[in-house]
Design a binder for this molecule. Structure first.
Ligand SMILES: Nc1ncnc2c1ncn2[C@@H]1O[C@H](COP(=O)(O)OP(=O)(O)OP(=O)(O)O)[C@@H](O)[C@H]1O
Length: 574
């Protein structure tokens, strides 16, 4: 009720209730009590006029007809002020809240920045450490390199010193020897000159006598020869019997030479048939005395003393396979050199992929003899199969150079024994084979080739030490094969001067090769080699001997068609 007392407000305060002026003086402001004003010190300075005025105003207010309205107005003003204060408080609270949020955000931001800075520091430290480690490692390497170089330099110096010493020793020896020889020669020459001077008369006389004797002898010989020939010729011409006898003698001599030549061949063939190559062996590099050295001496010696540089010369395979086979070839050659035990080899894969080719080259490269037999040849032998097999191995054992026994289509007779279709004879033959190959050998190496190795008897698999799979050539190998056989059958034939009329039409050969290789997908090495032969033959049959691009394409298309046909037949059979 401050408005009643007017303590807080001036007389013209807006919205306020006009303060009822309090009459100055009059009325008892003390309200009774300490009337004399001297009793209690506390009330001594109290001015009661305000209270009096308030009381008067209250009275007047009560008496006023607007008292109620004024009260309501003042209440409403009070409420409005409170609401305003609440709004103000709310605004302040919102501001505080916003300030808090801002503070949290700033803190987060600070944290993130700190984290980022720390991460950067970590990274920088890690990089620095890494650089240090690298530098340390490089320093170590440099150090090692320096040490190695230093050692090498020292070694080289030492070798050079030794070399220089050796050279100096040799030169000194040579000089001493030369001086000694010169002295000896001078002494000999002096001695001879002295002797010659002393015997000069004697020597001259000796030469004269010797020359005279020689002259007389030659003259005498000429005289005798002409007399004998003249007499002989006249006697021969005048005597028909002698002429007939001479002609007969010459004829008999020619006959003798002819029969001796052919007789040796017949005899050697006979001996060979009895003692030489077994019938199961189709081809061999092994030369017997009669069959080899005497009949083809040059070939015999060339084969004995020259070896191909590379076991894979003329054999085109995938580079990985080539590497593996080269290792096999080197190992085999070293085995032969060191008298070691041979490792048996199985080569399997589609026909015409170079298995036989490699086996022959392997044998040549290793310096061994080779013998080729075919599994299919064993089947018709029936009950003679066992002895034929024994004969092959007996013969193989006698080879001084070691023998590589290559069995093509080996699955034809080395197949599983438990199949019902296998005849008793074949089973015995297989057993004989197993018996002869049971132990590792220093005499022969077994090389089996098969298109169906899964048919082998397990005991055969057990005897195999190395298995190599041959594949059909892919694009790269086909290109190489095409180049190789084009060169072999066409270009080399065209280069033969004088004897050849074969010419090749000019074309972009590289792109042609690529194109042919693409077309011949699926063809084997054998089929591609046949393509080479077909190109050559086609060129020979033309009038001008020119191999044109069209002819090349035509042969390729034919070969591809034939291949397709073969595959169709094969699929039907399968
Ligand atoms: N990889 C090759 N590189 C060069 N020529 C090849 C290759 N493969 C095959 N030939 C050619 O094909 C001919 C036959 O090859 P080879 O007799 O080695 O085949 P194979 O794999 O033994 O076949 P099969 O299983 O039918 O006996 C070779 O004489 C050669 O001209």
């Amino acid at each position: 009720m401050s408005w009643i007392f007017g303590s807080n407000r001036g007389p013209n305060q807006p919205g306020g209730v006009p303060v009822v002026p309090v009459p100055s003086g009059g009325g008892d402001a003390s309200g009774g009590g300490d009337k004399d004003g001297s009793g209690d010190k506390k009330w001594s300075g109290f001015d009661p006029t305000g209270l009096e005025r308030a009381a008067k105003a209250a009275r007047e207010l009560n008496a006023s007809p607007h008292a109620k309205n004024a009260l309501e107005l003042s209440q409403m003003q009070e409420q409005t002020r409170q609401l305003e204060q609440q709004r103000h408080i709310k605004e302040q609270e919102a501001a505080i809240h916003q300030l808090q949020s801002e503070r949290v955000r700033i803190e987060q931001e600070e944290k993130r920045k700190t984290l980022q800075t720390e991460t950067q520091h970590h990274q920088q430290r890690a990089q620095y450490n890494d650089q240090l480690a690298r530098k340390r490692y490089e320093d170590q390497l440099q150090q090692q390199k320096r040490v190695t170089e230093e050692n090498l330099r020292k070694q080289e110096e030492s070798v050079q010193k030794q070399e220089a010493m050796r050279k100096a020793t040799i030169e000194h020896e040579a000089k001493v020897r030369h001086e000694y020889d010169m002295q000896r020669m001078r002494a000999e020459v002096r001695e001879k000159a002295k002797t010659d001077r002393e015997n000069q008369d004697l020597t001259l006389e000796k030469i004269r006598v010797k020359a005279k004797e020689q002259r007389d002898t030659i003259l005498q010989s000429i005289r005798t020869a002409s007399t004998v020939l003249g007499e002989g010729a006249s006697a021969f011409i005048s005597d028909w019997n002698k002429i007939t006898a001479t002609i007969g003698g010459l004829t008999l001599l020619a006959l003798g030479i002819y029969s001796a030549k052919h007789g040796t061949g017949v005899i050697s063939r006979f001996i060979e048939a009895r003692l030489g190559k077994p019938s199961l062996v189709r081809e061999t590099s092994r030369m017997t005395l009669f069959g080899g050295m005497l009949r083809h001496p040059i070939q015999y010696y060339r084969r004995r003393f020259t070896k191909p540089e590379d076991a894979l010369e003329g054999i085109i395979l995938k580079s990985t396979l080539e590497k593996r086979l080269r290792d096999v070839a080197i190992a085999t050659r070293n085995t032969r050199k060191n008298g070691g035990v041979y490792r048996n080899l199985l080569m399997y894969g589609p026909p015409g992929t170079g298995k036989t080719l490699f086996a022959k080259s392997l044998a040549k490269h290793s310096g061994m003899d080779y013998a080729i037999m075919t599994g299919g040849d064993v089947l018709p032998l029936e009950n003679e199969g066992v002895s034929a097999i024994h004969k092959v191995f007996d013969w193989a054992k006698t080879s001084r150079r070691g023998l590589m026994l290559f069995i093509d289509e080996a699955d034809a007779f080395l197949r599983k024994r438990n199949t019902e279709t296998m005849s008793e004879n074949l089973r015995s033959t297989l057993n004989a084979f197993l018996y002869r190959t049971g132990d590792p050998s220093k005499k022969f190496m077994l090389v089996l080739s098969s298109n169906q190795p899964d048919l082998f008897d397990f005991a055969i698999n057990d005897r195999i030490d190395e298995m190599v799979k041959f594949h059909l050539p892919d694009q790269v190998e086909r290109e190489r094969l095409i180049r190789y056989y084009f060169d072999k059958y066409v270009l080399q034939a065209a280069e033969k001067r004088g004897t050849s009329r074969l010419k090749v039409e000019s074309m972009d050969f590289n792109s042609k090769v690529k194109e042919i290789a693409k077309k011949t997908e699926g063809l084997s090495g054998r089929e591609i080699s046949k393509l080479g032969v077909a190109w050559q033959t086609s060129a020979f049959v033309t009038d001008d001997g020119v191999l044109t691009e069209d002819v090349i394409d035509a042969r390729v298309n034919e070969m591809v068609d034939q291949h397709r046909q073969k595959i169709e037949w094969k699929t039907q059979i399968d």
